[in-house]
Design a protein. Structure first.
Length: 116
């Protein structure tokens, strides 16, 4: 069982930055790929970024490439999402996710609001 808790969300002006954290407990995530997703009001949840278990491979949705950076610290059992040059369209609840074989774990989400 993996318990994920996101933090670091908040209200920021367009062009600003935030760093989200996803702290895992209950089991180590060091061997798991991790991802960030987001869901804006009235929209479906969408993929944002992912990182492999060692941290050497990262993947981004086109709309965040060059602005967001996903990273991990396996010693701290934590995954991060550094978000720069934020835009109003980045406003959403951001969720951390991992899905080992046969399972799918989500955090409760953290709200990010970008004002214009």
């Amino acid at each position: 069982q993996v318990h994920l808790v996101e933090s670091g969300g908040g209200l920021v002006q367009a062009g600003g930055s935030l760093r989200l954290s996803c702290a895992a407990s209950g089991s180590t995530i060091s061997s798991l790929a991790m991802g960030w997703f987001r869901q804006a009001p009235g929209k479906e949840r969408e993929f944002v970024a992912a990182i492999n278990w060692l941290g050497g491979d990262t993947y981004y949705w086109d709309s965040v490439k060059g602005r967001f950076t996903i990273s991990r610290d396996n010693a701290k059992n934590t995954v991060y999402l550094q978000m720069n040059s934020l835009k109003p369209e980045d406003t959403a609840v951001y969720y951390c996710n991992t899905n080992p074989p046969g399972k799918d774990y989500w955090g409760q989400g953290t709200q990010v609001t970008v004002s214009s």
